[in-house]
Design a protein around this ligand. Structure first.
Ligand code: FAD
Length: 329
């Protein structure tokens, strides 16, 4: 028998009708408890919890977790010597495998609600699920640096002051101002070094007098001439080229160019969003669309591995408790 989540207040008949509809189209009529979209730390942690709650899930991932960009993370609890992002991803996948869970490679391109079931498109396939957990992360703005993947892998270009500020103690740090937070990141980095220089993204981004005073007071050097480009020396050190023809050498650069949440699938369902398309969720990680949950970077908040994992634990437990019981027989 097919089941409709009680919080959707739906009768069972429409769900059966949806399943029959897909049956007629020769499509998969299997109904998952949860479809997880995204296989980074958020999606994988949720999958581990839900499999351990003996739930019938499918996790679909198109393979661009930000975890893969992390050379070594030193702030994720339990790894005193740090752990490579790729290794952590591998560990999480392996842990999921212990509970007969796996990652389905693919991309979900559409999710709609039909008779209180979620219907998702993956290539030629339609997937049916009672609940959806979106863990699709964010897209970093493109960096104006040649071979930026190598530069990030070497640690010369860094994207997350909260993650690795401590790891660049006393280095020459360059920060490129962000549109939403022009001086905040540079001030944050003063905790870690006496040599912090702020560059502007463009001529239209000049700081006001109050912001310049804040920098001066904190001992942050400010380069007025707008940034033209960022190069790398042979030994992988950043060189900041400014419009006035000067080259400014640094040990690391934080180009805070912004990011966009990959929340379009939720937006199409009508989910409420904050700035940068980040999803708003309640204390159980549910979006404004009943049955649609979101965790990790795609939601508003601190973009960290431990946050994504913690939110996933909350969401997965809530989902399990709201689904009908699955008693052991
Ligand atoms: C250089 C760098 C260093 C960092 N260092 C640290 C650190 O030291 N400590 C720390 O805590 N955090 C760090 N972070 C941040 C950390 O990587 C993120 O907070 C974390 O990966 C977020 O996890 P997530 O599961 O929300 O998203 P992600 O890990 O980004 O995973 C999202 C996944 O969803 C997939 N996806 C998206 N849309 C779809 C779709 N429609 N269909 C199928 N799949 C889809 C993506 O391909 C991706 O695989 C760092 C980030 C970067 C870039």
């Amino acid at each position: 028998m097919l089941w409709a989540p009680s919080y959707l207040d739906a009768a069972r008949a429409p769900i059966a009708a949806t399943a029959r509809h897909f049956d007629n189209l020769c499509m998969d009529t299997h109904i998952y408890d949860t479809l997880i979209i995204g296989g980074g730390p958020g999606g994988l942690t949720a999958a581990i919890y839900l499999r351990r709650f003996r739930r019938d899930i499918i996790l679909v991932d198109k393979g661009h977790s930000r975890l893969q960009l992390i050379p070594v993370t030193h702030n994720f609890p339990g790894f005193p010597d740090g752990i490579q992002g790729k290794q952590l991803l591998e560990n999480l996948r392996c842990q999921l495998g212990k509970y007969e869970g796996s990652v389905t490679e693919g991309e979900i391109t559409d999710v709609r609600l039909e008779n209180d079931l979620f219907v998702a498109t993956m290539g030629e396939q339609q997937l049916l699920a009672r609940t959806v957990l979106l863990a699709s992360g964010i897209a970093d703005a493109g960096l104006p640096i040649e071979n930026w993947h190598e530069a990030v892998a070497s640690g010369a270009v860094r994207l997350c002051p909260v993650c690795d500020g401590y790891d660049v103690l006393d280095k020459r740090i360059a920060v490129v101002s962000s549109a939403t937070n022009p001086v905040g990141h540079a001030l944050f980095m003063r905790t870690f070094s006496t040599s912090v220089t702020l560059f502007e993204r463009g001529a239209d981004a000049h700081l006001d007098a109050g912001q310049r005073a804040q920098l001066e007071q904190a001992g942050v050097r400010y380069v007025l001439s707008p940034l033209k480009g960022i190069g790398m020396t042979d030994s992988m050190k950043p060189v900041m080229h400014t419009e006035d023809g000067e080259d400014h050498h640094a040990d690391v650069v934080y180009p805070m160019l912004g990011e966009t949440a990959r929340s379009d699938l939720a937006a199409a369902l009508g989910a409420e969003m904050a700035d940068c398309k980040e999803l708003l969720v309640d204390k159980h990680q549910q979006t404004s669309v009943p049955g649609l949950y979101a965790v990790g970077d795609v939601t508003r908040g601190l973009n960290q591995i431990s946050v994504a994992a913690g939110q996933a634990a909350v969401a997965a437990t809530r989902i399990h408790n709201r689904l009908p019981p699955r008693y052991r027989t």
